[in-house]
Design a protein around this ligand. Structure first.
Ligand code: TRP
Length: 334
């Protein structure tokens, strides 16, 4: 059993679940990390409440879908504990205790707080839509990480400020009460594949340019047929620029052994975009089909998925409960 611990967190929010940008940019890395670390994958349903407090019924089904997609994408519940944050109450206790040693000013300065405050404002919620819980979002995240005394957290750029705050909270706690927490380190994804979206911008849920794990083969085909290619390649014989073409980029990502011939034919005008799209559809669907099938099996047997989550929470709770014993002792709470 590896001795270093790693915690990853994902929010059960948003529309269609994971897209292939998440799959290539994050999940593939986690699948590798599960062999190197004692790994905890937490689906942070309480965090979702910070923005979905008026739509809570959507959270629980979404959490199951996220779990199914992570498992279908290769996380192995035997190797890593996959669980819901709300199933492990230790997160709440630690959040409360950490909130007492987190200066208000640290939280007010977090850039994501300002962004979310403005977003809720634009939704027309007014002053009362910004809760105490939203301000405390990074403290809850620190509790998620520190409850496992995690050494490592895989994070993207967008989470750097949150992780830094977790480290500061850990340091402050250790200074006040003695060494309980290691400072969690960011695991940067060295093999990051930035997956282009269908319109050439970065693939993103909010831009409407994504291919989802939940898309069926026909939907994938339709989306690929609509993807941006070289704007000046109108006729098949016009030269293409594969470096600037979404279809060619995806081809390289999903067909790393053989893409170069297709690229040369595109460049020389020996092939047109329609042929490139048809071939990409075949390649993508072959790659996604096993994930799609596994995802569906898991969601068709919710009782089994519930059991996986129950066992994950049990393993997580054992570790988190140990930490809480150390925390209470350090704080002289009895
Ligand atoms: N804030 C993270 C996000 O939006 C989710 C998250 C919550 C998280 N707790 C975490 C990520 C702990 C890593 C570790 O993606």
């Amino acid at each position: 059993m590896p001795s270093k611990r790693l915690l990853s967190g994902m929010q059960p929010t948003g529309g269609a679940g994971l897209h292939i940008g998440n799959l290539e940019g994050a999940l593939r890395q986690w699948v590798r990390l599960q062999d190197e670390y004692e790994m905890y994958c937490c689906i942070v349903d309480w965090h979702a409440l910070t923005t979905m407090y008026d739509n809570t019924e959507a959270i629980a089904p979404k959490a199951r879908e996220v779990a199914a997609e992570y498992i279908a994408g290769g996380l192995d519940p035997q190797k890593c504990a996959i669980f819901l944050q709300s199933h492990v109450k230790e997160h709440a206790e630690l959040h409360l205790l950490l909130s007492m040693v987190t200066p208000l000013g640290w939280l007010e300065r977090v850039p994501t707080f300002k962004e979310k405050r403005d977003m809720l404002d634009e939704r027309g919620g007014g002053d009362e839509s910004v809760s105490y819980g939203l301000l405390g979002y990074p403290v809850l995240q620190a509790a998620d990480i520190l409850a496992y005394r995690a050494h490592a957290v895989p994070v993207g750029k967008d989470q750097a400020a949150h992780l830094e705050l977790s480290r500061e909270i850990a340091r402050r706690f250790n200074r006040l009460y003695g060494e309980v927490f290691p400072e969690p380190q960011a695991v940067i994804n060295e093999m990051t594949a930035v997956v282009p979206g269908l319109d050439g911008r970065k693939m993103s849920k909010s831009l409407g340019n994504a291919i989802y794990l939940s898309d069926d083969a026909d939907t994938v085909a339709k989306k690929v047929m609509s993807a941006f290619t070289t704007p000046t390649k109108i006729k098949k014989t016009d030269p293409g620029v594969p470096e600037n073409c979404v279809v060619c980029q995806l081809r390289r990502l999903y067909d790393p052994e053989n893409y170069s011939l297709a690229w040369e034919e595109c460049r020389s005008g020996a092939r047109g975009c329609v042929q490139s799209k048809r071939e990409l559809i075949e390649i993508l669907n072959a790659e996604l089909e096993p994930i799609r099938r596994r995802r569906k099996e898991l969601l068709d047997d919710l009782a089994q998925l519930e059991e996986i989550l129950r066992q994950g929470a049990e393993r997580a709770r054992a570790t988190a409960a140990d930490t809480m014993t150390a925390v209470r002792q350090a704080m002289k709470l009895r």
